[in-house]
Design a protein around this ligand. Sequence first.
Ligand SMILES: Cc1cc2nc3c(=O)[nH]c(=O)nc-3n(C[C@H](O)[C@H](O)[C@H](O)COP(=O)(O)OP(=O)(O)OC[C@H]3O[C@@H](n4cnc5c(N)ncnc54)[C@H](O)[C@@H]3O)c2cc1C
Length: 413
Amino acid sequence: MTETIVVVGTGVAGATAAQTLRKEGFAGRVVLIGEEAALPYRRPVLSKDLLAGSITAERAQLEPAGYWADHDIDLRTETRVVELDPRRHRLRLWDNEILDYDAVILATGARARHLDHDGGDRVLSLRTAENVAPLRAAIEAHRSLLVVGAGLIGCEVASTARELGAEVTVLESAPSPLARIVPPAVAEMYVGLHAERDVPVHTGVALRSLTGDDDGVHATAEDGRAWTAGAALVAVGSVPDTALARAAGLTVGDGIVVDEAYRTSAAGVYAAGDAMEQPNPVLGGRHRTENWNSARAQGIAAAKSVLGQPLGAAEVPWGWSNQYGHNLQFAGWSRHDDDYVVRGSIEGRDFTALALRGDRLVGAIALGRPKDIRIVRQLVAAGAAVDRGALADESVALGDVAGRRAAATPASL
Ligand SMILES: Cc1cc2nc3c(=O)[nH]c(=O)nc-3n(C[C@H](O)[C@H](O)[C@H](O)COP(=O)(O)OP(=O)(O)OC[C@H]3O[C@@H](n4cnc5c(N)ncnc54)[C@H](O)[C@@H]3O)c2cc1C
């Protein structure tokens, strides 16, 4: 009988997993199932080029429409998997169709986190391609937008909406924007970037209410501050979609728990992408990523694991964000409270901020320095001790800093 591998989720992790099965020569049946109506697409463009209108939805697709059938991948969009029975190796779809599998890869991704406030239909969120048109229409109709949440997506939408000519105000509960991933000095630089475009970023906002009526949306903070705009985007993070795995009795922590080979706690069930957490190959413990490159790499690795192929070393994660034409890149597992050494100038908007824990490099944030990010990923993966002085000394090539002693005075944040 033909072997069947089912992939749940048509995001980049799932789509890449299905493609990899074929690229690696799997000749059995491949079924790729996703709840969204759109063919697999590049999610990062939602807040950037697609919202800006500089590319079409078709150009956002991962592959041309005919690709999936041409590669004998049974792609089923607008189809939700409602039940996983790992004991019987069986899935149930929302129209009650039963699919038996030999292996299944769960790539169910994440969903936008919602606030408890019910602001009506002028309060929007952005996670899927379907969310883009209503957001764009609201920006065009009302010309003013309140962005609740100054994480990467909130800041990107603020930038795009401003470039579309809207008045934009950003509200953030933390003391600074992008608080989860960048150190305070970089956050301050971002506040400056937004301020130059007349986009105020209000921080420390404990939202008391967010309501909508015919006049617009109204936000009030616990400390009495208040804002009004034509529409609001709530961008307060995402939550991994682990519902299917949890209901099936799989081990779930922050995400669906997998081992080094992307195997979940149930035989024949694998997981990849934003929905899963895996062992951290460098720092120990476990981690869950939320970026495009990692989801793609995990999709490839999970498919290879299903086929019993060697996986190689797990990658050090890295991602990017575009705001007002500036390309921010980040790599590794840096946190805002790490000890940072800076190459270049944050004020000059040309820098690499290297995150240290003890004498170990754990990650970096860079603006306009993609080459540094490539080297940082290698250094982090090697887990080698680095010298602070050499790190801060731009005359020492970044690739040469491991273990080197240098006399320069480190520049700290
Ligand atoms: C607006 C936006 C901008 C971003 N920008 C960047 C960026 O600039 N750089 C970067 O590195 N990352 C960015 N990201 C993050 C990146 O897009 C994600 O990390 C990545 O897409 C995750 O891929 P995934 O395949 O794991 O999950 P997802 O892309 O979330 O896909 C999961 C899919 O599974 C489907 N699904 C879930 N449950 C079921 C079920 N039971 N049955 C059927 N289907 C199901 C979902 O509908 C979804 O289509 C951005 C994300 C967003 C939302």
